[in-house]
Ligand binder design. Structure first.
Ligand code: AQP
Length: 326
């Protein structure tokens, strides 16, 4: 059975973007692949985090994974920082990755612009992500299109390492949704919808109340020509809502346009809000049942056992290949 792996950062309550780009894909693929899903807490600290909030976000994220339909019987679920081999393997890879390549990563350029005192971890983040992926010899990495560049870097790092030290890693591929959907901010639809966004009105979070979801969608930025047509360049707001509608119904973009051919923006927004509320309400009900359950720790205990064992084997192999130790 082929393997897939992905992880999300516990940097805040996850967004509709994270759900559509990453989690939903894992749920849809969990019967088909040997699936690994982790909580990327070490990635989260590349930017400043309040320790108490981070700790709570880690637990919340696990409950959200399960509430969204991730089946612990079909996924190896673990917390990244509980597997110390990721950081060790990342160091080996860092010493085989050029500094220049990392400075050209889009996400680094965006995030470093926001804070002059950015950490060196923000620069080397994609190498840690390569370690997360390459450690388990995965075939595919389900990600949103915004992370495609990082998966491609992981491929390059693996190819280069194999060339220098001999066959060590499987070469992974990104697994992107068919439409390659990137969900955009509702207020500023030329910007990605992000957990850490400052403007709350632009971001739908998985645990938002029905009222919040409806308000945010009804107030979403659109244009003035009142035509429900997909045109990212000239109509980014409406195109974003079409993308959301399409991702949650599995209708194609063309089918969504057709369905709302004679509708007003207000009608289309209401239909989109109904859809999102419907999808998120059932997730929220399951979340409330799970958040204080003992099951969460058991799942993490099982997952980390499997993940550490595999990671240790890869770590030892790399050490030998590189010539480290006794
Ligand atoms: N807007 C989005 N549309 C589609 N997919 C998205 N992803 C993130 N935002 C969107 C996908 O979700 C996964 C989680 O990524 P992450 O938590 O590791 O970090 P990220 O990509 O940096 O996500 P955020 O929400 O933007 O977090 P912050 O604000 O902390 O940086 C990835 O698969 C990503 O593609």
């Amino acid at each position: 059975m082929k393997k897939i792996l992905t992880g999300l950062q516990p940097t805040g309550t996850i967004t509709l973007g994270n759900y559509i780009g990453a989690i939903k894909q894992m749920v849809n693929n969990q019967d088909k692949y040997n699936s690994y899903l982790f909580i990327a807490d070490m990635h989260a600290i590349t930017v400043k985090q309040d320790p108490k909030t981070l700790h709570q976000n880690i637990k919340n994220l696990l409950a959200i994974y399960l509430a969204c339909g991730i089946d612990p019987q079909k996924n190896t679920i673990f917390i990244q920082s509980e597997n110390e081999y990721h950081a060790n393997i990342s160091w080996f890879l860092e010493c085989n990755t050029s500094f220049g390549v990392l400075t050209r990563m889009t996400q680094f350029k965006d995030k470093s612009k926001k804070n002059e005192k950015f950490t060196s971890g923000l620069l080397t983040y994609p190498v840690l992500m390569a370690a997360d992926i390459l450690t388990y010899d995965v075939d595919y990495v389900p990600v949103g299109i915004d992370q495609k560049q990082h998966v491609e870097l992981a491929r390059d790092i693996a190819i280069n390492f194999n060339k220098v030290y001999g066959e060590t890693f499987k070469i992974p591929k990104p697994l992107i949704t068919e439409t390659g959907t990137k969900i955009m901010d509702l207020v500023n639809p030329t910007k990605k919808m992000s957990k850490s966004s400052e403007n709350q009105n632009g971001v739908i979070r998985i645990l938002d109340s029905e009222k919040e979801i409806r308000n945010k969608i009804m107030k979403a930025t659109t244009d003035s020509d009142n035509q429900i047509k997909f045109d990212v360049e000239n109509k980014p707001g409406i195109s974003n809502l079409i993308n959301i509608y399409s991702a949650l119904t599995q209708l194609t973009i063309k089918e969504v346009e057709q369905k709302f051919l004679n509708s007003s923006y207000a009608e289309f927004k209401k239909a989109t809000a109904d859809l999102v509320v419907n999808e998120l309400t059932s997730i929220q009900e399951k979340y409330q049942q799970l958040i204080n359950s003992k099951q969460l720790n058991e799942i993490l205990d099982n997952g980390i056992k499997i993940a550490r064992k595999e990671a240790k084997t890869k770590y030892e192999l790399m050490k030998t290949k590189i010539g480290l130790g006794r």
